[in-house]
Design a protein around this ligand. Structure first.
Ligand code: C2E
Ligand code: MG
Ligand code: MG
Ligand code: MG
Length: 287
């Protein structure tokens, strides 16, 4: 009887796996159609200099305007993109949409870097840099020197020599490189000495913990020190309170992003926000 049950469980497991695979296939088809139908949009979240009270850039974050389910965040669709044949298609859409925004900013007289997120597996594809160079050709007017790529990590970067070469090629195109979510997941110290980076992004988990966890505070301080030693810029993610900003400023990290400053928003709202933003007194007073 036990053997019988075991076999049945095995069959059930098989069926569940098959169902999951079919769902995955269906999602991929669905996503491909949604991309073609223009249902994706880049929201923008400002990056500011807390000390100077200025906007120093923006990060583009993908959203899916789903006809039934409303605005979906990457957590709801990235798992169906990463590691599938959609990765390049989605990446191409992100690059294209990002360059379109840069072009628009430029025409509106705005001059600051725009960051787009590229997943590590995509960046590691052979010929990523030449592929990127091709994508750029569709936007000859866009100021490429204002394009920043944030390497976001779903998986580790293997073949660091090849990644380093890719990054050098990207930088030769005028693109700058940020290492996202630094200090979490697979993001290792080895990257610092092997990769030609411009900016380290302190992961929001450390920022949210640093006010009452000595360990998180030590890590934030450490990353700021490392960035300084390597000559990289540093920016803190996930600043949700004025006090967190204040503390970061006191530790020497002036650049920040986070809900306290602004949530990610559509481009039109971002342009309005730009003209209305004022840094809190307490931040600017530290000058
Ligand atoms: P990320 O690049 O580290 O982006 C930061 C995430 O934190 C964003 O979530 C942002 O909305 C959120 N965030 C910003 N400020 C705060 C804050 O103060 N508190 C909290 N709790 N969260 C904050 P989002 O937009 O859901 O994106 C999640 C992740 O999805 C991103 O993490 C990035 O890894 C990935 N992603 C987003 N857009 C793209 C894209 O176009 N391409 C690729 N490959 N990945 C993307
Ligand atoms: Mg990012
Ligand atoms: Mg991040
Ligand atoms: Mg992240």
């Amino acid at each position: 009887a036990a053997k019988q049950a075991g076999r049945n469980r095995f069959h059930e497991f098989d069926a569940a796996q098959e169902r999951e695979m079919l769902q995955m296939r269906a999602q991929i088809v669905h996503l491909r159609e949604a991309l073609a139908a223009g249902q994706f949009e880049l929201y923008l979240q400002p990056k500011v200099d807390m000390r100077l009270g200025t906007v120093v850039g923006a990060e583009a974050l993908a959203r899916w305007n789903h006809p039934q389910r409303g605005v979906l965040s990457p957590g709801a669709f990235l798992p169906f993109i990463e590691g599938t044949e959609l990765e390049t298609l989605f990446g191409a859409w992100v690059v294209d949409a990002g360059l379109t925004l840069l072009d628009d900013f430029c025409k509106a007289g705005l001059q600051f870097p725009l960051s787009i997120n590229i997943a590590a597996p995509h960046l590691q594809q052979k010929d990523f840099a030449p592929w990127m160079s091709e994508q750029l050709k569709a936007h000859p007017q866009a100021p490429v020197h204002l394009l920043d790529i944030e390497i976001t990590e779903a998986t580790a970067l293997f073949h660091l020599d090849r990644v380093a070469q890719t990054l050098r090629e990207l930088r030769a195109l005028g693109i700058t490189i940020s290492l996202d979510d630094f200090g979490t997941g697979y993001s290792s110290l080895t990257y610092l000495r092997r990769l030609p980076l411009n900016t380290l992004k302190i992961d929001q988990s450390f920022v949210s913990g640093m006010m009452d966890q000595a360990g998180d505070l030590a890590i934030v301080q450490g990353v700021i020190g490392l960035a300084r030693s390597f000559g990289y810029k540093v920016i803190a993610e996930g600043v949700e309170t004025e006090d967190q900003g204040q503390m970061l400023l006191q530790m020497g990290c002036a650049q920040a992003q986070g809900y306290f400053i602004a949530r990610p928003m559509p481009a039109a709202a971002f342009l309005t926000w730009l003209h209305s933003w004022q840094a809190p007194e307490a931040w600017v007073r530290l000058n």
